[in-house]
Design a protein around this ligand. Sequence first.
Ligand code: GLC
Length: 694
Amino acid sequence: MNTAMSAGQRAQLLLKASSLDQELRWLGEQPANQPANTTFSGVTYPAQLPCTPKVTYTDGPDTVRGSTGVTGFPAQIGLAASWNTNLAYDKGKAQGDEAFRKGKNVVLGPGVSSGRTPLAGRTPEYLGEDSLLGGTLAAAQTNGLQKGNPDRPTMAVLKHYIGNEQELDRQTSSSNVDERTLREVYDLPFEVAIDGSSPGGVMCSYNQINGTYACENPLLTGNLKKQLGFDGYVVSDFGAVHSTTPSLKAGLDQELNRPLYYTPDKLKAALSAGQITRKQIDEAAYRVVKAYIKNGLFDHPLPTTPEDNVSTAAHKQVAQQIATEGSVLLKNDGNVLPLSSKAKTIAVIGQTASNTPTNGVSAATVCGMSGFGAGSCTTPPVAPLDAITARAAKTGASVIYDNGSDPAAAAATAAKADVAIVFGYSKMGEGSDRTNLNLDGNGDALISAVGGANHNTIAVLETGTAALMPWQKDVKGILEAWYPGEQQGTAIARLLWGDDNPSGRLPMTFPKSLADLPTQSSAQYPGVFADGSTTRPAGDTSIRQVNYTEGLAVGYKWYEENDIAPLYAFGYGLSYTSFSYRDLSVQATKQGIEVSYEVTNTGRRAGTDTGQVYVTLPKAAGEPGKRLAAFQEVELRPGQHKKVKVTIARSASDHPLSIWNSHKDAWTTPSGTYTLEAGSSSADLPLKKTTTLR
Ligand code: GLC
């Protein structure tokens, strides 16, 4: 307990003072975290050393799940759409504070993935399709969790490592991916997050990678711990451990939940049989204890009684800010938004606009992410209908509401109004994937009907992933609000009236059709069985083979490489003002490439632009499309301009100028011409220059 010593030294001392059986406690979540107990589901351990703390894990990348009296933050995909690392930090800080006060000091989150398919059920829990964006925001949230509240510290567990890109057969499928793609695409958001925040833990995933389960896959050591430099501990997903010896040798340090494979009997049997070594056990225990000490869990014990309500006004403000900055304005023809005082009658239509359920669906349905699906926040949300009604009253406007259960009736309501705001939604979450990207609850027909009845219609979408929009032409305005949390009504009303100016940018591509997705064949998605079929034969327990043959071409890279125009591009988002870019300069240096450009607010109101810089490597590199290499939020008053300077460093954790050379097992920067483009989305890059790297 000597805080003058390093976490490593303190961990060494503790383990040196431990018997083998005491040491083995650290390799199981329950024996590690409940020092006062000695028996867990029938497995018995000796009493733990006296100085070890009670530790409690809690879910949610998004909130403190399973607790009441906590803030209902928006789903993570909405945080990703804000592109705001400071906001991600603030979110982690608020979430960590709430977790600790609720008696939880390890948050199993954030989660990152590579957005291989927008149909994946957990898309709303992750941070989009780009490694730099997702990894950077994950690092910021982790820093908020781990450093935001020094007296009430929590530790983050980054998840799920690796290739957990679908829910279907997540425990009985193998993600088959080549080494270069694994390193350049799937490892990368983890590498960026680890490099930027040192998460205490990483959770290995349910699936196999190339035929070996993640929690017993040598990737845990070869890639995660060695190449990515992860120095924390690897904890399994719930029930994702399939062995004792292979798991320990691969680098699994702690079994989640109750002891099954990492019981003292099994570990000591493997030890005496010479299958594993004492050194391997020591290494696992050391990683766990060091991470706990390093993240303050030993020095700041949890409160003995959790507080009832830990959701403060400040935290609610963070939730509202995420909903505001995460909402993406996709269409605004004729400046139908922001609403003006000329709109005297406003129709609000749709089940998710109201806190009164229609067929069981209400604002709470799309409030945030609860386990296994979109779900309600523990605090009832501020419903959009209520906030819009209150806001409309300020300009003497009145609101008429229709729950949208009958499109014809909704159209009739819309026809009576100056403006119609129609809400569409889609539900998804852990445990299953979507089979389409259409709206639920007959939403597509509803929006078409309303748009046909009122030529000033705005569609507000509350989806967890991309959405197809067969009604796109029928409406003038489209706002993607994702699952916008408990403050959703306030945020949406303020955006509709322009009290806040939309600044969200898409963290994932919105395709025009499912046929345009990178996973073209069933062997790619959802994966096939030995007979080539996608449905598991009755009684079959074999492993579904999911072949990542699209390789590096995921997300916007796929659409670029194959000249497929998306419905809306990665990084796209409108504002109530406008921005122009000029004066791109690029300069190759020993460190990489120095880039600068100037962005001007050419509109009549202040706004925030997220400038994006993309790099295209030399043809010989064999890379599809281009990569996001830097992004920068800039707030500008009307007429104001700012010069933005970014360094694209060869040594950056996303390796922006390099490819993974599988023969050398190293990153290499190919010589040749590099193209730099700057602008406001992957599909709108007005500035372009090349430079040569040797
Ligand atoms: C779940 C999820 C994982 C979660 C864990 C504990 O199955 O896959 O994200 O942290 O089990 O609830």
